[in-house]
Design a binder for this molecule. Structure first.
Ligand SMILES: *Cc1c(COP(=O)(O)O)cnc(C)c1O
Length: 403
């Protein structure tokens, strides 16, 4: 069965055998290269969403393919019963390039956040303060799809069908310091936010807000958790988004871009927070797997090499895109706002332009984006996108807005 060349068969089996939670667009890919994907008919698309901020090095990246292939030839998996050199190396790379002292590896963003939520509670449990277990998160946040992370997610639509929800979460308006202050009690263990809310339409936190959160957390002995599952790994123009804010968290989570497409998540924390986990308190069969860590090491190596060329590219293509998209907004009066950081950008259209319709039109014209709500499209292309490639996207969008 060569189903990867037969869209109709793939579609039929998808409808018949796959749980209907994704409602996929009528398209399947057979290969990719750089910023491009090719569908089963051979049509080329510029991947401006990069698997939702995942394909950080682009498709068919030579170094990444080599790293995974070489590791697969040695061994793909061994249990965390043993020292895993690839895991040691990735922990070292992440800690030596961030605020963190310790890393725990998982397989997804939700799992990384589970580890963050667990350690925020166990940290105070081992200090003899088990009642200090509440976590404050933001309205319109997104932290994942597991039971604890939907409870952490400040959007009722993700929780409502799965009651009873995990208790201990409080939601406050984003970028509103007084809302946080009034929600804090003696039992607040942690405040958990995304620095740029990705899934709800690309809304960045303000610098003043993040700085103030750090201050409050220090004063009240509360842990500050940054969910950098989407914003981390070069996406926002620094290796980690918190570096754009000059504010360090106590705990940070990563996933999406870390493996360049190979599933991996990570929870990073300080040595102090790390006292909140003892052997046996947490674990994972696959987390820290040699294959996934080989991918993570390759991505980290490329992002932190001496030239820092990829991060420099993120910043230059980002400023080009912001300039050109804002020009387009002025010229057409059809774009309400362009926001985000680095190569995580939300384009909000004025009323009357549906983002899902725009997404479909862009796809028909060879560009892949995601749409959020009724008015926003999000782009999060591979970090290696060139200015010329970005220019082709702006041109296509301009042409569609003209119509
Ligand atoms: C995507 C995302 C998650 C969930 O990651 P999964 O790998 O889908 O579990 C969590 N937090 C943020 C900010 C995300 O963007």
């Amino acid at each position: 069965m060569s189903i990867d060349k037969d869209y109709e068969l793939a579609k039929a089996y998808d409808s018949k055998y796959c749980l209907n939670v994704f409602n996929p667009l009528p398209i399947a890919f057979s290969k990719g290269n750089g910023v491009y994907l090719y569908d089963t008919e051979g049509n080329r698309y510029m991947d401006m969403i990069g698997g939702i901020a995942v394909n950080s090095l682009g498709h068919n990246n030579k170094a990444l393919t080599k790293a995974i292939t070489e590791q697969a030839k040695k061994y793909i998996h061994c249990s965390n019963y043993y020292v895993i050199p690839q895991r040691s190396e990735l922990a070292f790379r992440l800690c030596s390039n961030s605020f963190a002292d310790k890393a725990f590896f998982a397989n997804s963003g939700a799992e990384a956040n589970e580890a963050a939520i667990k350690i925020a509670r166990s940290f105070f449990y081992y200090k003899g303060q088990p009642e200090k277990n509440e976590i404050i998160t933001a309205n319109m946040s997104f932290h994942g799809r597991t039971m604890a992370t939907i409870a952490a997610t400040g959007q009722e639509k993700f929780r409502k069908a799965f009651a009873p929800n995990v208790p201990g979460f409080k939601y406050v308006d984003f970028n509103d310091i007084s809302a946080v202050t009034s929600a804090i009690t003696e039992n607040t263990a942690a405040i958990m936010i995304e620095l740029v809310q990705g899934e709800s339409g690309v809304h960045p936190a303000t610098k003043a807000y993040v700085k103030e959160l750090r201050k409050i957390c220090d004063e009240k002995n509360i842990l500050l958790i940054f969910d950098e599952v989407q914003t981390g790994i070069g996406r926002t123009g620094s290796l980690f988004c918190y570096q754009n804010y000059d504010v360090e968290p106590d705990i940070m989570t990563l996933a999406k871009g870390l493996g360049g497409g190979v599933p991996i998540g990570a929870m990073l924390c300080t040595d102090e927070v790390a006292t909140g986990m003892k052997p046996g308190d947490h674990g994972s069969t696959f987390g820290g797997n040699p294959l996934a860590c080989a991918a993570g090491n390759c991505v980290m190596e490329q992002l932190t090499d001496n030239s820092k060329a990829i991060i420099a590219n993120v910043n230059s293509v980002s400023s080009y895109l912001f300039t050109e998209l804002n020009k387009l907004a002025t010229k057409t009066n059809k774009i309400k706002q362009v926001r985000g950081q680095g190569l995580l950008i939300g384009i909000e259209f004025v009323e009357g332009i549906e983002s899902s319709g725009m997404k479909t039109l862009l796809m028909q014209n060879g560009f892949l984006v995601s749409s959020i709500g009724t008015s926003v499209i999000r782009i999060a292309p591979p970090l290696i996108i060139t200015q010329r490639e970005a220019a082709a996207f702006v041109k296509a969008l301009a042409k569609l807005l003209k119509k």
